[in-house]
Ligand binder design. Sequence first.
Ligand code: GAL
Length: 686
Amino acid sequence: MHRTGQPLLTHRIAYGGDYNPEQWSPDIWREDIELMTHAGVNLVTLGVFSWACLEPRPGEYDFAWLDEVMNLLHAAGICVDLATPTASPPPWMGRLHPDTLARNADGTTMHWGSRNHFSPASQTYRDHSERIVTRLVERYAGHPAVVMWHVGNEYGQMCYSDESAERFRAWLVKRYGTLEAINEAWGTAFWSQRYSTIDEIIPPRTAPYLINPGLNLDFRRYSSDLMLECFLEQRDIIRQADPQAVVTTNFMGFFAPVNYQHWAPHLDVIADDIYPDPSDPDSWHTTAMTHTLMRSLARGKPWMIMEQAITAVNWRAHNVPKPLHQTRRETLSAIARGARGVCFFQWRASTAGSERFHSAMVPHQGPTSATHQAIRALGSELDTLSTVLENAAPLATPQRVALVFDWESWWATQEPALPTNRLDARDILADWHTALLRLGVTSDIVAPTDPLGEYAAVVVPNLYQASPQALANLRDCVERSDHLVPLIVGPFTAVADHHGHIHRGGFPVPLADLTGTHGNDWVPLEAGVNIDMAGAQYAVADFAEHITVTSDLTTTIAHFTDDAPHDLAGHPAITHNAGTNTWYCAARLSPDALTHLLRAALPSSTRLPAEPPHGVDVVSAPTHLAVINHTNEHQRIALADITTDQQNLFCAMTGAPVEDSLTLPPYDATILVAAPAVSETKELNA
Ligand code: GAL
């Protein structure tokens, strides 16, 4: 995807940010472009919120300003990620067509005066979107500056209106075929909820007490699909005009309302917006996990950071600025995990509007500010990295581990009225991912129905609700593998089927023959319960299960200590079935305990020669080895501890050779690459 120079994202790291020229006068545009050139910016996202400028009155268009900006950018060699402006319809749309406005669960209308007030179920909104996108595409498809299209912005709207109710019913009929099947799936024999005609079905609007979990789950599925329909309508308009067009939209990490596992195959580039909380000293764990998710969703397609903040955001209650070294570490963590684009929100800080206190690449204080200087330094560093990564020789890397995560099951763990509300699947995933990070193990976050054959171990932190296909896939990786790939299963897994109906019997019912255990009770806990694993004690977090061993091949790896309440004392907390190599964890455990467990359960082929020091992130990839120091201390790392491939390594940023060891100052990071063999170097230079 390039119109100028080397292709961005595949061969060059894209660098830039959201650019909102409609907030500025033409003389500032010129200054902006000059500053962008100095900062190494090669990509800007343009027009995300420009609908009211492009179509000031219904059917009356003004593209002149955008023409000028596009041409100026192109002349400077800066590529454009052109947005369809449909995330924020102009005020005239809401006034003339109130049916375009979303309604929340209690019927409140979402009005204009902010953004994202549209209903994805509104046909009128979708017709107007189609018109503006068609105009935009007619004008700019094939424009030499455009390398990518950015549909809407951060999809996430759910709508409970009557029009949405109608679409929901049509979606249900398509999914289930008959009303009988819907009644069955939702278990409506309960509380007199049985529907006698399809028209009685409404979205899960505000109700006196707990709402049917099947209704909630299907409304989430439908809402995600509805937004996807909106995305696809616009993508297809773009594709019709330019079949080669690269089309994306921006994800938001683990953003529950949109099932990114369903969406990802429809995007050409996976793009993510990420805003870690600078007051959380461990935010690098979730940042790394989110980058891992994006790389995994991309499945070989390019992925990039579409938005991050250079320092502070403005939308938390108390906006501690993010240190510039943290932004650099987060950026390099993304690059280490395969990102090939790093952009910011936004280029120039707004002086008016709700985001006037949000940081930007050019802050109010101007280009001499430390912030802007850091942007220049990062731009130059990424430019160097681009070239070096492109030419690096391959490195030997450990085998990857699959971390199984299912979006729908995540929704199901967010339902009220479970044994506890402390079993959110994303939070449990984070504990396990942190344990893997501590071990320096590289993982992919995959859906339970994704192919698992290439992995050296399969870890299922939580899969509360498992479809027959998911179960078959998990069983397959145990039953088919000739070398017994370990299957490591966390608590509260395979409790329910894909409708959310609970399996009867000793849990995890559909996997109990693999684990060789029988689950008797779920036991939500207060603090103070411990397990003993090989003489080491670990606290249980919030939740335990009372289980017994049923197979001769299953041994107890850890047990609840003698003072544990609820008849847990002495009962197994972690088991291992040597016949199937299946591990089962009957408690929610901290990353400390999980690290201990994974040390025992993971094959050595997945591991670095030694575990990285605490607070140091080591990412091993075929083209590079990244070492990121998240601590405030110097860290000395012996190369022999992080790679088996120590020949010809050098620092990608400075070009300095690295032999034996490296020392990283506090909060510093480096990316190591291997120099190609001499003959190849000659060829490259030729
Ligand atoms: C994102 C959004 C941007 C901007 C940014 C501020 O959610 O896409 O437009 O609002 O947040 O952090």
